[in-house]
Write a protein that binds this ligand. Structure first.
Ligand code: HEM
Length: 510
């Protein structure tokens, strides 16, 4: 049996404790070296370090000064920032059971129905059941239909781009619609047009929640409880958007239930004709089957209504902005390196020979995969993952980490670690080709361990198929000679996004 620190019981027994080990087990804090970190200000601690405009970049700069593991104080919370893939792996994968928790926070509770979402819920038996049920529902639906859902969206996106007729446009909203349609089709069997009021309402609301929740006016409420008594317009707006989100999802679910009931009774109305009666194989149908019986009898594997509701929120938020932001980054980097774009197109042309790309083609398209990995490395769209919490006293890299410490995996920092990546800030897809020196082990855009991104396999298929279709069918060109190429620094909040930019999509000759 392996312990969370990687040792085995037989090893532990066989070892005679050295004095330092023995003392550290009695007084772990006093024997352990102190974690380095910037000097804290009285009362405020290091809060000023957390309000920088591009936090992942700033935390990475601090790592060059204080090392790949350091601490920051924020109110009465200690945060430990992990900045190398080895250290992140030690905490999230090797010692997963020590660090699978999520910190409890006042604002997190407000947006997650009291910590009942997968992404923000703390590690517990109930959470484990929740994640397992959502994971198997997602696996079932993706095995049945994900490929064709993404293909359909990729073809739709192609038509949207053709309709632009080589006009210079900002494609970010079209990418969001495509990514969102993958999730809504998977969940409810429904997709939307860009102009749909329903879609705009849902996105307006989810975007606002993500943007507001990352704002310092709101995060300050977690560390400084007294501020909760003062008027705070951004927080009031957040609460309004959360209520609107809940109402929208409730309406979607109610409508979905009515449609499934009709289908079960053999009544096919106009709406079923639209969805082709596909409700049965959707994620919502799978999740509804896991709902607790109305009398609340505890069956072995059930979900409460609020947990089921929050699963849909998790998938919509987790699955839309991330994939869409990534697509914008990919095109931005390729505009800077037209020769890489040409090389991927050439690879697609020769390997596919006019056929549509399939996910199974990835093994025959190494250069495309290298580009995807390099964009994931340089711009991991969830650059600081989601904060973890130590659920018991533990150690990382030899430092004592007390229970309840907040752990921030700086994936952006790990992906720019000069010890692992040569020329870490350059876009060099070749590093992921044979003998290119790039390490897939050190690439962790989806995190790892018990909290590994729930949508990793959905995202990987999406990134591959969307990019393959886009680069096979279009040449992406700068909007004009006068307009600067896209800025590659980006705007970092919960999601790391590219600044808006315009681009021309020129159809490739057949
Ligand atoms: C490029 C695309 C994506 C990237 C880079 C990404 C990355 C991440 C990262 C870094 C985390 C946090 C892991 C941690 O806490 O250690 C996460 C969590 C999560 N992601 Fe993704 N994600 C992507 C797409 C998706 C998609 C498409 C979905 C849904 C279909 C999704 C659903 C989730 C959920 C539900 C969680 C919370 C997991 C938990 O707390 O147990 N993500 N993702």
């Amino acid at each position: 049996q392996t312990n969370t620190d990687g040792s085995t019981n037989s090893q532990t027994k066989a070892l005679v404790p050295k004095p330092r080990h023995f003392l550290s087990s009695l007084f772990p804090h006093s024997v352990s070296p102190c974690l380095p970190g910037p000097p804290p200000l009285p009362l405020l601690g290091n809060i000023h370090e957390l309000t920088r405009d591009h936090l992942p970049l700033h935390l990475t700069a601090l790592a060059r000064r204080y090392g790949n593991i350091y601490r920051l104080y924020c109110g009465n919370t200690t945060m430990v920032i992990l900045n190398s893939s080895e250290i992140i792996r030690e905490a999230l994968v090797k010692k997963w059971s020590d660090f699978a928790g999520r910190p409890h926070s006042y604002t997190g509770d407000k947006v997650s129905g009291g910590g009942q979402s997968i992404s923000l819920g703390d590690y517990s038996e109930e959470w484990k059941t929740h994640r397992r049920l959502a994971h198997s529902a997602l696996q079932r639906c993706t095995a049945d239909s994900l490929h064709s859902i993404i293909e359909k969206q990729a073809l739709h996106l192609k038509q949207v781009l053709l309709d632009y007729n080589e006009k210079a446009v900002d494609l970010s909203e079209d990418f969001t619609v495509a990514a969102s349609n993958v999730i809504t089709t998977l969940t409810f069997g429904k997709s939307y047009n860009k102009s749909s009021v329903e879609l705009q309402e849902l996105h307006g609301c989810l975007n606002e929640i993500v943007a507001l929740w990352g704002s310092p006016w709101i995060t300050a409420l977690d560390s400084f409880p007294l501020l909760r008594w003062l008027p705070n317009p951004p927080f009031s707006r957040l609460m309004k958007e959360v209520a609107r989100r809940n109402e929208l999802i409730r309406t979607h679910l109610e409508e979905f239930k009515v449609q499934t009931e009709c289908l079960n009774k053999g009544v096919v109305g106009k709406k079923q004709q639209k969805t082709g009666g596909k409700e049965e194989g959707t994620l919502a149908a799978s999740l509804l089957r896991c709902l607790e019986s109305p009398d609340g009898t505890a069956q072995k594997m059930t979900l409460t209504a609020i947990r089921m509701h929050m699963t849909i929120v998790d998938l919509l938020i987790g699955g839309t902005e991330t994939a869409a932001a990534w697509l914008s980054w990919a095109i931005a980097f390729l505009l800077h390196r037209p020769e890489v774009q040409a090389a991927v197109h050439e690879e697609l042309r020769t390997v596919l020979q006019g056929q549509d790309p399939r996910y199974s083609d990835r093994h025959r398209l190494p250069y495309l995969c290298a580009v995807i990995n390099e964009v994931l490395r340089l711009r991991p769209v969830a650059p600081l993952a989601v904060p973890h919490k130590a659920s018991r006293d533990s150690r990382i890299a030899g430092y004592f980490i007390p229970k309840d410490t907040v752990i921030i995996p700086n994936l952006f920092g790990a992906h720019h670690d000069p010890e692992v990546w040569s020329d870490p800030y350059s876009f060099r897809p070749e590093r992921f080709l044979d003998r290119g020196g790039g390490s897939l082990r050190a690439l962790m855009p989806f995190g790892g361990g018990a909290r590994l991104c729930l949508g990793e396999s959905v995202a990987k298929m999406e990134l591959f198929l969307f990019t393959a279709y886009l680069l096979r069918d279009f040449q992406f060109m700068p909007a004009s000679q006068e307009e600067p190429l896209p800025d590659l620094r980006g705007v970092a909040s919960v999601v790391l996004k590219a600044q808006p930019y315009r681009v021309i999509a020129r159809p490739r000759a057949k």
